[in-house]
Ligand binder design. Structure first.
Ligand code: ADP
Ligand code: MG
Length: 583
């Protein structure tokens, strides 16, 4: 990817005034720094040769002037340091905001592929370098090029041949800079990838810490972590080695310049082509050059570092959401809840086989249908097409007769409630978690929803009632309790379409019967698709669809399916299995 400069620079736009004043300050500061050796030269060459008493009073004056310059310089530096870093930090936070907003827009297919820890690295550590680059990049470049260029011009006027001699070292510096830039660029990219791997490892481990402990697999986890951690260390070690080589070679070249100036300068003095004051001035300027040259090259490594961060940022920013609103998408005000699959085929991205092909199905508004079938056959997938978590590969999916692709996404998803086997709750209070279903709900509405979900009683028995903290992902609650909170959340959302995806599968019998009861209340008056492998839970469904690898093979009520269809029918087989299990 070529570097997107336009986009990179666009982040300066809101702070142009601040940015320009920082640059102006940096410019003044570096010009002032160029003056000191000239003052020393003036004192040694023009003042101290006078009568000593008049000379001294002039030196006092010059001292005063120098102090004033120091004061201006320090105020300028203070502004550049303080405001400059502030500018960098602001721009960094803008980038982070944009990236986060963009990530929120991305589709399931993106998150299926990416590791959470890796994404977190891009949002955090990668962007840290950019605040440095945005601020130091232009400012240091300006400051130090002015100092180098200014020094050369001044030296040229003092003694051209000696200056040209010094100039001969420039190509060496340039070659050194270019060579190490390449190496360091790779090293910085590698460092970023490695720390992202460490983050990924930690994220994965901490999310699954309960599984880790239940299998007593801490030693393996530590081993896996150590591998990533060592790789990161290794990468850092190599980077520091390259940096050490680089900065010391640089130092050596600069020392060589000083030695050359001393030798050539002394020879010039012997040949009466230079006086002592000029040699001192030369040495002062050479000394003065060390910092800018070093900094300039440091800046270029900082460029590398920041640029790779920006490229990694843009990699994500360039991902288009697979599922987006059409420009003239319809916002659905009132949804009756008719769902129709018309010859729908679906395949996951990068997969060769369809999950299902040419599937047709119609659910009338307010009807309660059940979807059964072997695990892995695509029941969850089928339902995830309705809120457009994924788009159909072929065919059409209609809600109230309108193609879901034409419906404004937010209004579509607001119309669909999903209760799954895995409940995701956010860290926070019970109240906050239920309110997630409808942010504008009042406390009373939340309590009513909790009552409908059979959750009120257990909530009241918690230490702080509705204001009890539930812990990260709800660790302080039982499976059944979490499920009832998630149901309360959907009650509050009040969608016309409901998908219950094995909502009671992981619950014990007692919780299951409580949850089932609240689900039945929830389903009233809504178009409901219930996926279940416990057939007892779907006896009441108006229609039962059996999904197999060959699509929907059987439809009917529980009784008709059992009796009218042959016993070899898939549903009957499933039921037999269940029956055996229950006996
Ligand atoms: P069911 O709910 O009937 O058990 P799923 O709909 O979960 O089945 O899965 C159907 C098939 O699609 C399975 O083969 C599964 O491996 C695959 N699958 C499910 N989710 C994804 C995904 N996000 N990306 C790729 N393949 C998936
Ligand atoms: Mg499933």
């Amino acid at each position: 990817m070529s570097f997107p400069f336009k986009k990179f620079l666009s982040y300066y736009k809101p702070y142009l005034g601040l940015f320009v004043s920082i640059l102006a300050c940096a410019l003044i500061v570096s010009i002032i720094s160029l003056v000191y050796p000239l003052i020393v030269r003036y004192i040694t060459k023009d003042v101290l040769i006078n009568d000593l008493s008049t000379a001294l009073s002039e030196v006092y004056w010059i001292g005063g002037l120098m102090f004033a310059l120091v004061a201006i310089q320090n105020i300028g530096n203070f502004f550049v340091d303080y405001k400059g870093h502030e500018l960098g930090a602001r721009m960094e936070s803008d980038l982070r905001r944009d990236l986060f907003m963009h990530m929120q827009q991305l589709s399931f297919s993106f998150f299926d592929k990416e590791k959470t820890g890796q994404l977190m690295s891009r949002l955090t550590t990668d962007l840290l370098w950019l605040s440095e680059l945005y601020h130091h990049g232009p400012e240091d470049f300006l400051k130090h090029s002015v100092r180098i260029l200014g020094a050369f011009i001044i030296l040229f006027f003092i003694n051209a041949p000696l200056t040209i001699t010094v100039f001969c070292f420039v190509p060496f510096l340039a070659i050194l800079g270019l060579y190490f830039n390449q190496i360091l660029n790779k090293a910085y990219t590698r460092n970023k990838e490695r720390i992202a791997d460490v983050n990924g490892q930690v994220e994965d481990n901490l999310s699954g810490i309960r599984v880790v402990k239940s299998f007593a697999n801490e030693p393996i986890e530590i081993e896996k972590f150590n591998i990533e951690n060592d790789r990161f260390f290794d990468s850092r070690k190599k980077t520091y080695k390259a940096e050490a080589y680089f900065y010391n070679s640089l130092e050596t070249i600069i020392k060589l310049i000083t030695i050359t100036v001393i030798i050539f300068g002394s020879a010039s003095i012997a040949g009466n082509k230079l006086d002592l004051a000029d040699l001192i001035t030369f040495l002062l300027y050479i000394n003065h050059l060390i910092e800018p040259i070093q900094k300039l090259i440091q800046v270029s490594t900082m460029y590398q570092d920041g640029f790779t961060g920006f490229l990694r940022f843009m990699e994500i920013m360039n991902v288009k959401p697979a599922i987006e609103n059409k420009p003239n998408a319809l916002t659905l005000q009132e949804i009756h809840g008719e769902i129709e699959f018309k010859h729908v085929s679906f395949r996951y991205e990068e997969h060769l086989d369809d999950v299902f092909t040419d599937l047709s199905l119609r659910v009338e508004p307010g009807k309660y249908i059940a979807l059964v079938g072997p695990s892995g056959v695509g029941k969850t997938t089928l339902c995830s097409l309705i809120p457009r978590f994924y788009d159909v590969t072929d065919g059409e999916l209609l809600i109230d007769g309108i193609n879901v692709r034409d419906i404004e996404l937010q209004s579509l998803r607001k119309a669909i409630g999903i209760v799954q086997q895995d409940v995701y709750l956010f860290a926070g209070t019970v109240m906050e978690n239920i309110r997630y279903g409808n942010l504008s709900a009042s406390d009373e509405e939340i309590i009513t929803a909790a009552k409908h979900a059979n959750a009120h009683e257990f909530i009241m028995s918690l230490p702080n009632g509705y204001h009890s903290e539930i812990g990260q992902r709800g660790v302080r609650l039982s499976g059944g309790q979490k499920q009832r909170l998630s149901i309360a959340r959907v009650f509050l959302k009040n969608p016309p379409i409901l998908i219950l995806d094995e909502a009671t599968s992981s619950l014990d019998n007692e919780s299951e019967s409580i949850v089932k009861e609240s689900l039945e209340t929830l389903a009233k008056g809504r178009t409901t698709i219930v996926i279940a492998h416990r057939l007892s839970t779907i006896r009441n469904a108006g229609r039962i669809l059996v999904l197999t690898e060959n699509g929907i093979v059987e439809q009917g009520t529980h009784d008709t399916l059992l009796t009218l269809l042959t016993l070899a029918g898939t549903y009957a087989k499933l039921y037999e299995k269940q029956f055996e299990l229950q006996v």
